[in-house]
Design a protein around this ligand. Structure first.
Ligand code: SAM
Length: 285
């Protein structure tokens, strides 16, 4: 008989990844750990019951979500201190990745309590793996801000970055987010929109940003579900010779000043042409 996955001798917190759509995308070890721990802390216990029932797991659950997270940490630490073992799961994918759990893991680490991963699905890695865009270096941003102004500010910050950029987005904002990307990053940027991965209506929409926005804008069905947006790195430096330093200065100023003022001041500091920087700030280079 194989060793039990969960040791009974001392408390441990297992961070268990669960499916992002297809209920069978769960590891054998994840099932064993979820069966053997004393309690499962779940983001939404009703939502997770379906997964647990599907795999014949009847371990008691407790709720840990963004609204009660800081309150329940104390009780969980106490259980772990008594030698109990717990698993943390979220509604989908890997806990803590745009999901609750950070205060708990941090507190466990500070108190020397064992925290162990049971790795598995995450929408970000699934999307990167099928995007066809370079994955040797990437930057994950989670969800973009909700307002267009804040979104554009964030996009301006990453505009010149030399690695693949990954964002999460919901159906409510997918089109607005892509339209803001078009404005700030320009229509020629390669993008891959991964929709409803591992689910019935899985779809991958890829191409130049301009083409992808157009094809999604005319089809309401394509705006439904859950999305990962994978955006190619900037290659503009090679095209226009603007230095990284000039871009960095412009980005910093764009975070503090209106666009025109930022471009004008950046031109004075860097010696670059004002109009060039203005076009860059508009994302029209
Ligand atoms: N912890 C999760 C993970 O590891 O991927 C992410 C949780 S976050 C609250 C939910 C977001 O992840 C969705 O809004 C969407 O952007 C992305 N996502 C989750 N499942 C997805 C799927 N099946 N297809 C595409 N994107 C998905």
């Amino acid at each position: 008989m194989s060793e039990p996955e969960v040791s009974n001798s001392r408390g441990a917190l297992y961070i268990v990844s669960t499916p992002i759509g297809n209920l069978d995308d769960i590891s054998l070890r994840a099932i064993q750990v979820l069966q053997q721990v004393d309690r499962i802390a779940a983001e939404d216990t009703r939502h997770s019951r379906r997964l647990l029932q599907h795999h014949g797991i009847d371990t008691p659950m407790l709720a840990l979500h963004e609204h009660n997270e800081r309150k329940v940490v104390h009780g969980i630490l106490q259980m772990l201190g008594e030698g109990k073992s717990l698993a943390l799961i979220s509604d989908a994918g890997t806990p803590l990745i745009s999901d609750p759990g950070f205060p708990l893991v941090r507190a466990c680490r500070e108190q020397g309590i064992r925290v162990s991963p049971v790795p598995g699905p995450s929408a970000l890695i699934a999307a990167l793996s099928i995007s066809g865009l370079p994955v040797d270096a990437f930057c994950f941003h989670g969800f973009l801000p909700r307002t267009s102004a804040a979104r554009k500010g964030k996009l301006a910050e990453v505009q010149a970055t030399k690695s693949t950029q990954v964002f999460y987005e919901s159906s409510h904002r997918i089109l607005y987010a892509l339209q803001d990307m078009l404005e700030v990053l320009g229509g020629e940027r390669d993008v891959c929109v991964a929709r409803e991965l591992t689910k019935q209506y899985e779809e991958v929409i890829q191409g130049k940003l301009q083409e992808v926005v157009t094809s999604m804008a005319v089809d309401a069905m394509r705006q439904r579900g859950e999305f990962v947006i994978v955006v190619a790195a900037s290659n503009v430096e090679e095209e226009d010779g603007l230095s990284m330093e000039s871009r960095r200065i412009l980005e910093l100023l764009l975070g503090e000043l209106p666009l025109k003022q930022a471009a004008s001041l950046a031109a004075k500091i860097t010696g670059e042409k004002k109009n060039r920087l203005y076009q860059l700030a508009l994302g029209k280079d």
